[in-house]
Structure formats: structure tokens, C-alpha cells
Design a protein around this ligand. Structure first.
Ligand SMILES: NC(=O)c1ccc[n+]([C@@H]2O[C@H](COP(=O)([O-])OP(=O)(O)OC[C@H]3O[C@@H](n4cnc5c(N)ncnc54)[C@H](O)[C@@H]3O)[C@@H](O)[C@H]2O)c1
Length: 434
């Protein structure tokens, strides 16, 4: 039996997690809770200090869990990459953003692969978790690691295993979401599967890293395309003067062949708005145009503009113009009950409102301040006065804690982008898709 295999089985393997963000921190906690000594590495000193002090900055990881892992001497964080030498396994969870021209920016993966290469140890297992296009693990990470002189698949092991977390979900976490694993050879797949079996109930091995990479992107493209479809339907239902929400509820009664997706002000987060572009970019190199992906992105990216036009129309119908209107936006996070504002359509809507001359305030219990090109603004209280003084209240994200009865009772006009007020009556409510 390989030494690493034995160490994973008896939990003496030390696990390194590089990048302590939305993906890396929950993963680090999962390994430490499975009794593996875990070393978290991040380039941000602040994040490292917060982890070591037991302060969580990610909603899905409670301070108590973090403190317990530290107290049990199972989790430590550092900025010192040379400590990768101490680890038996390294999971790479660094960002994979887009450039300003919406091309893949793999600079974090490249930088970290070079760091790992400097400290690579014979027998180590390296797993890339960052979302990326097919071919990254074998054509980018592997050649960098092999500049160490060690050979991938024999001297060290390499696999790709996408993170599939659903931030804020109470139903699904790392343990009950099947983990897909594809290694550069059978031994790499076997070791990586064994590793993830320690924290996930189900591990799905695939034949190579490319299949695992494509699986992750396909899942996100699937969401993007279906959200775009229902966003288009919402605009059409409005023309027909019927409710898209009622249509979705009725369609959802079909027990097979249908899965509900919901319209909204656009898509946000680090995954769905970005990942399809990774695939589209790579496809172009193969003379292939991913038409579904590009059409979906176009429809979804148009949604904040659609909301803006609908708000303007609703204000006009009440004898107001968006220029000079007081607009109060509820919910800035890209989805409910989390604190993540990355790519959030609410920010785009605020920017468009500013451009039209509206005066904008917001409330988000998870986000105390936001930075806009005009400067930083702070969340204001959601109360009778803030609601009644606004010409329009936009429900951009329907956090569960919002008292919608109160919102409906005290607002002059509500534009509800999420269908959150369904079931409530009021002449002051205008819903997207109705
Ligand atoms: N957020 C999600 O819901 C989600 C879900 C599935 C997959 N992913 C993917 O996982 C990856 C990470 O996403 P995230 O949301 O956790 O990002 P994040 O920005 O929350 O965290 C990334 C962390 O990596 C750190 N970092 C950057 N370069 C580093 C380096 N060289 N060494 C050490 N630390 C470094 C950053 O400081 C940051 O703390 C991305 O590829 C993303 O697409 C994200």
C-alpha cells in the first residue's frame, strides 16, 4: 500500500488548503472535522489572522466550528507558502475570475502552481478545485509542477475535483453533495477519491481531469441557460399580462421532465456569470461557437436594464420620473441569506439608477457598506420612515428576514424582482414577469 494511502486511511495525512475563501474555508473545516490536521494558506494576512482567531467571514462556517477546529489543534492558517512542505495533500481553491474583456484569468492558478512546485514533495497529492475549462489540470498545472523534476502520476499525484457548494444552503453541504474526481492517472484518481471519501458520503470517479472540469462547467452552464430561458419567459408573460410565477408554479406540478428555475434581476456570484465564459473562450480555440452560452449570458446580463426600464415605467405611471426619484433597494447580496456581493445584479441596478439621476439608498442586513463609483454608502435601517420616504422600493434580493407585510404596508411603490410578495395584495406592488 502506498504511504499516502495509509496516511489517508489512518488520518495522519496533513491536508493543505490554498485559498481560504467561500470554497477553501468550508473545505478546511470539513477536513479538520474529519480529524485531519489541516493547514490553510492564504495570501491575505487579514483572513489568516481571522481564521487563527476563530472569526469566520463566511456565512456557511460558524465561528463555533472554526473555534472548535482550532482548539482541537486541527486547523491553523498561514501566509507562508513554504509550509506546503509539511503537507501530504494540497487542495487548490484560488479564484478563477475573468479579465475585463471577459477572458479567463488563470493567473492565480498559475501563480499557485509555481508556489506548490517550489515545495513539491515526492508522494504528495495535489488537487485543483478552482473552476476552470477542460485541460487546465493536465496542460497548465501538470507541466508547471513537473518543472520540479518530479514526474506526475508516479512521483506525485494530481487530480481535478470541482467544488459544488451551494452557498447559504441548509440542505446541502460538502458531506452530502457527491464529489466528482478525475486524476491524471488511475493512481491519482484512486488517492483523490479515497481522500474525499473521508469528508463526502459519495465520490464519483471519472476517467480524467477534463471530464471533471467539463462536468463542473456544464452544471453552471445548465443553470445559466435555464435561468435565461425563464428570464425571457418572464418578459413575455408581462406582455401577455399573465404571471410568470403562476406559470412556474403550475408547471412545477409535473412530476417528471421539468425542473423549476426562477426569473430575477440577473445572475451573480463567482460561478454562474463567469464559468460559462471559460468554456466559450476555450471552445473558440477549437473553432466552436457555444451559442447557447452566449445567448444565455446576453439575456441574463440584460436583466438589470430590464428592471431599470420597468421601474422607470412604474414611476412614470405615478407621475414621477427616475431622475430625482428616491429609490430604496432591498438586498444587495446576489442571492438570499448570504453576504456575497460578487457580480450582484443589485449593484448594477444601483449604478443604472444613479446614471438616471435617482437618489439611491439600500438595506442589506448582511452587507453594512457597498463601494460605488460615487463613493461608499452604508446600509440604512428598514423601517416605516425609510420605506415611506422612498418613491420606489426595489426588492432586489429577498432575504428571509425581510418582513414583506411591513414593506407592502409602508411603501408607495414596490418593484419586486423576485416574486417575493406573491400572496400579498396591494396596488403599490409591481412584480417582474407579471
Ligand atoms: N463561491 C462559490 O460558491 C464557488 C462554488 C464552486 C466553485 N467555486 C470556485 O472556487 C474557486 C475559489 O472561489 P471562492 O469563491 O472560494 O473565491 P474567494 O475569492 O472567496 O477565495 C479565494 C481565496 O484565495 C486567496 N488566494 C488567491 N491567490 C492565492 C494564492 N496564490 N495563495 C493562497 N491564497 C490565495 C484569496 O486571498 C482568497 O481568500 C474559484 O475557481 C470559483 O470559481 C466557487
Amino acid at each position: 500500500m502506498l504511504e499516502l494511502e495509509q496516511k489517508i486511511k489512518d488520518k495522519s495525512a496533513k491536508v493543505g488548503i490554498v485559498g481560504l475563501g467561500y470554497v477553501g474555508l468550508p473545505l478546511a473545516i470539513a477536513f479538520s472535522e474529519a480529524n485531519f490536521k489541516t493547514l490553510g494558506i492564504d495570501i491575505q494576512q487579514k483572513r489568516v489572522d481571522e481564521v487563527n482567531q476563530g472569526h469566520s467571514y463566511i456565512t456557511d462556517v460558524s465561528g463555533e466550528r472554526l473555534q472548535a477546529a482550532i482548539a482541537n489543534n486541527l486547523l491553523q492558517a498561514t501566509t507562508d507558502q513554504s509550509r506546503l512542505k509539511e503537507t501530504d495533500v494540497v487542495c487548490i481553491c484560488v479564484p478563477t475570475p475573468l479579465t475585463s474583456t471577459k477572458d479567463p484569468d488563470l493567473s492565480y492558478v498559475i501563480h499557485e502552481s509555481r508556489e506548490i512546485c517550489k515545495y513539491l514533495q515526492p508522494g504528495q497529492l495535489i488537487v485543483l478545485e478552482s473552476t476552470t475549462y477542460p485541460g487546465t489540470t493536465t496542460k497548465l498545472t501538470l507541466p508547471i509542477l513537473e518543472t520540479s523534476g518530479l514526474h506526475g502520476g508516479t512521483d506525485f499525484y494530481l487530480a481535478y475535483s470541482p467544488e459544488r457548494v451551494d452557498p447559504g444552503s441548509k440542505a446541502y453541504g460538502i458531506n452530502n453533495t457527491p464529489k466528482v474526481v478525475g486524476g491524471i492517472n488511475d493512481e491519482s484518481t484512486r488517492l483523490a477519491s479515497l481522500l474525499y471519501n473521508q469528508i463526502a458520503e459519495t465520490v464519483v470517479s471519472v476517467s480524467c481531469p477534463e471530464v471533471a472540469e467539463m462536468t463542473k462547467i456544464f452544471e453552471n452552464v445548465f443553470r445559466s441557460v435555464n435561468i435565461a430561458l425563464v428570464n425571457e419567459l418572464a418578459q413575455l408573460c408581462q406582455r401577455f399580462n399573465i404571471s410568470v410565477w403562476e406559470v412556474i408554479a403550475a408547471a412545477s406540478t409535473k412530476p417528471f421532465g421539468y425542473m423549476p428555475f426562477y426569473p430575477g434581476p440577473g445572475i451573480g456570484g463567482h460561478c454562474i456569470p463567469l464559468d460559462p465564459y471559460y468554456l466559450a473562450h476555450k471552445a473558440r480555440e477549437l473553432d466552436f461557437h457555444t451559442r447557447f452560452i452566449e445567448l444565455a449570458a446576453e439575456i441574463n446580463e440584460h436583466m438589470p436594464y430590464y428592471v431599470m426600464s420597468q421601474v422607470t415605467e412604474a414611476l412614470n405611471a405615478r407621475g414621477k420620473s427616475s431622475n430625482g426619484a428616491n429609490v430604496f433597494v432591498l438586498g444587495i447580496a446576489y442571492k438570499k441569506d448570504i453576504e456575497d456581493t460578487r457580480e450582484s445584479p443589485a449593484l448594477k441596478i444601483i449604478q443604472l439608477l444613479h446614471e438616471k439621476g435617482a437618489s439611491v439608498s439600500y438595506n442589506d442586513p448582511y452587507i453594512p457598506t457597498i463601494k460605488l463609483p460615487q463613493g461608499e454608502i452604508a446600509s440604512i435601517e428598514l423601517n416605516e420612515s425609510s420605506l415611506s420616504s422612498a418613491d420606489c422600493v426595489i426588492i432586489a434580493t429577498d432575504h428571509s428576514c425581510y418582513d414583506l407585510n411591513k414593506v407592502v404596508a409602508h411603501s408607495k411603490l414596490i418593484y419586486d424582482t423576485r416574486g417575493a410578495t406573491r400572496g400579498l395584495e396591494g396596488d403599490n406592488i409591481v412584480r417582474l414577469g407579471e
